[in-house]
Write a protein that binds this ligand. Structure first.
Ligand code: CA
Length: 347
C-alpha cells in the first residue's frame, strides 16, 4: 500500500494509491484523488492505473493515454494492453494509465471539467492544488521517479488532425537525443517529429526529461474521433517499444503501408512552419494531414459569410514540407494555429 498521504512536509500528496508498485505480478487499481462535492464531502475521483512487475532486471516504463480527454487512440491502446499483458512474459516494470485525466476523458474534452485546466500544462503540479494539479504532482513525485521511459499517447483532439507520428523534444545532450530517436524509431509510426518546443516546461514529457527519463509522445489522429489507423499504430508501437527495451521477446515491426521499412524522421523548429489565423472567422483548410505542401502555396481561406463587406483572406505556408497538423473544426480565432508543416530532419 503506497499511501503517500501520510508523508510529512508541505509537498506530501493527498492522492491515495491502492497499488503496491514493488509487488511482483500484475495489479490493477486506482489513484484516488480527493474531490469534495456538495453531496460527497469525502468523495474521490478514481483514476485507473495498472502496474505489471515481471522478471527482475528489465527496464521501467510507463505508457499513458487520455492526458487530453478527447484523444481516444491512447485510451484504447493502453487499456487493451493492460488487460492482455501477462507478467510472466515481461521483464522489468510497466505502469499503464489509460485515462490519466479521467474527468476530461469521460466528458470527451481536452481540459478537465473539474478545474478547467490542461493536465499537460500543470507539471510539476501542486500537492495542495486543484484536481489536475494534485494529479500532476503525484505523477511527477511518485510515478516518474520509478521510471526510465515514458510513452504518452496523444492525438490532435477536437482542434487538429495530425499525421500519424511520434514526437520528441530536441535534446542538447547528444547521447540522450540518439537514445530518444532510437526509441521513437522503434515505435514505428509513419513519422517522428523532433521539435524545438514552445510552452513545453509544464508538460509531462518535460517533467520526465527533467528526471533523466527518455520521453516520447505521439500524435495519432484527431478531429474529435477515433482514428482507425491511429489505434493500430498505437498498439503496434507500444508492443514495439516493449521489444526495443528488451521487456518482452521479439524485434520491433516498423514496416510502413507505403512499403518503406522505417519511420521518417522530421523536424519542426521555425515559427515559419506554423500558419496562424490573422482574425476570427471560418477556416477552410486546403490540405489534410500528411500531404506534401509548398512554401507560398495557399494553406486555406478564412471566410466571413456573415458579412458581405469582408472579402475572404487566403493564408499561405511559410515553408515546404509535409503537413503535420491540420485544423478542422471550422471556426478559428485570431492567433489560432491552423497548420504546422514538418520538414525532413537534417542529419
Ligand atoms: Ca494532446
Amino acid at each position: 500500500m503506497n499511501d503517500t498521504s501520510g508523508r510529512a512536509g508541505a509537498t506530501a500528496s493527498r492522492v491515495i494509491c491502492n497499488i503496491d508498485f514493488d509487488k511482483p505480478g500484475k495489479q490493477v487499481g486506482y489513484l484516488r484523488v480527493p474531490f469534495s462535492r456538495n453531496d460527497a464531502g469525502w468523495g474521490t475521483i478514481e483514476v485507473p492505473i495498472a502496474v505489471v512487475n515481471g522478471a527482475p532486471g528489465g527496464a521501467r516504463a510507463m505508457f499513458s493515454g487520455g492526458v487530453h480527454g478527447d484523444e481516444y487512440e491512447g485510451q484504447i491502446a493502453v487499456a487493451r494492453l493492460a488487460r492482455t499483458i501477462d507478467a510472466a512474459s515481461l521483464r522489468g516494470r510497466l505502469i499503464l494509465m489509460p485515462m490519466v485525466d479521467l474527468p476530461a476523458a469521460l466528458a470527451g474534452r481536452r481540459l478537465c471539467p473539474l478545474d478547467d485546466r490542461d493536465l499537460n500544462r500543470q507539471f510539476p503540479g501542486d500537492a495542495r492544488g486543484s484536481f489536475t494539479q494534485m494529479l500532476a504532482h503525484f505523477i511527477d513525485s511518485v510515478v516518474l521517479p520509478q521510471l526510465e521511459v515514458t510513452v504518452d499517447v496523444h492525438s490532435g483532439g477536437h482542434g487538429m488532425e495530425s499525421a500519424l507520428s511520434t514526437n520528441m523534444h530536441y535534446l542538447d545532450d547528444a547521447r540522450q537525443r540518439e537514445r530518444t530517436l532510437a526509441l521513437a524509431g522503434a515505435f514505428g509510426a509513419p513519422f517522428n517529429v523532433v521539435f524545438w518546443g514552445v510552452d513545453e516546461g509544464a508538460t509531462m514529457p518535460s517533467a520526465g526529461e527533467k528526471r533523466g527519463l527518455l520521453a516520447i509522445g505521439t500524435e495519432l489522429g484527431g478531429w474529435g474521433r477515433v482514428n482507425v489507423e491511429g489505434v493500430r499504430i498505437a498498439e503496434r508501437g507500444l508492443r514495439n517499444v516493449l521489444k526495443h527495451l528488451g521487456m518482452v521477446d521479439g524485434v520491433p515491426d516498423t514496416g510502413q503501408r507505403d512499403g518503406t521499412a522505417t519511420t521518417r524522421h522530421m523536424g519542426v523548429r521555425s515559427q515559419e512552419q506554423y500558419v496562424f489565423a490573422p482574425t476570427d472567422g471560418l477556416f477552410e483548410p486546403r490540405h489534410v494531414a500528411a500531404q506534401d505542401v509548398s512554401a507560398g502555396e495557399v494553406a486555406g481561406t478564412v471566410h466571413f459569410p456573415e458579412d458581405w463587406s469582408r472579402a475572404p483572406i487566403e493564408l499561405r505556408y511559410g515553408r515546404s514540407g509535409v503537413l503535420w497538423m491540420a485544423m478542422g473544426p471550422g471556426r478559428c480565432r485570431k492567433g489560432d494555429t491552423v497548420a504546422v508543416v514538418m520538414e525532413d530532419l537534417e542529419p
